[in-house]
Write a protein that binds this ligand. Sequence first.
Ligand code: AP5
Ligand code: MG
Length: 210
Amino acid sequence: MKKKVLLLGAPGSGKGTQAKYLSSEFGYIHVSMGDLLRAEVEQKTTLGLEAKSYMDHGALVPDIVVNNMVVKKLSELSDVSYLLDGFPRTIPQAEFIAEKGVQFDKVIYFSIALETVLDRMAGRLTCKACGASFHAKYNQPKKDMICDLCGEKLVIRDDDKPETVKRRFETYLSSTQPLLDFYKKQDLVAEIDAEQPIESIQSQVKAQLE
Ligand code: AP5
Ligand code: MG
């Protein structure tokens, strides 16, 4: 059966890391709103230039912009199992996607403290080409500054400065955390303690999706 899964959690809680695992092991299509936006920024499109001003300040890109992007993406996902990583991130986005007929089978919620997030972001290395995340200490690439998955160069994301990470975390608490209750009411949430090592989280996430 095709599954629709939402990965919900603060910046740096490991959504992208677990999504790459689930897509390589179980064939889920990984749709990361952050990666889609960064691709627009990289191509310097009008949308990308507008989005960058929000992203660099740790704010959310307006709902109307991301909603339109998601509609376009969903048309490519009609007959596959997929993971939405970072969409929806507000109640209006969640209502929008429900109106479009998307009913999630599961919402995986990664719980984590700000101190852990700051520690992880301080060493994060990101692949510009495929969006994979590595860490200088906790999740080292096999070759220095080269992506294990696609061989491209690893970079430090523009929004990974400590002040911006703090603002992203605050934005998460005020705008995105309310989604937890929204989906709890629908009995869809599986909560995972995201403070654990990557492998323990992988086995718990896997168990939730079986
Ligand atoms: P986005 O790119 O989605 O950023 P985010 O949600 O802030 O999350 P991150 O990608 O930073 O973290 P992650 O949870 O994927 O963690 P990762 O696996 O990399 O969005 C960026 C921006 O785009 C937003 O701020 C906003 O402006 C905009 N945007 C996106 N979606 C939007 C929407 N719907 N509406 C409006 N605006 C939107 O892991 C982090 C690090 O920790 C890595 O180094 C990793 O190797 C390491 N790590 C992972 N797991 C572990 C572990 N268990 N133990 C130790 N280290 C670990
Ligand atoms: Mg991510």
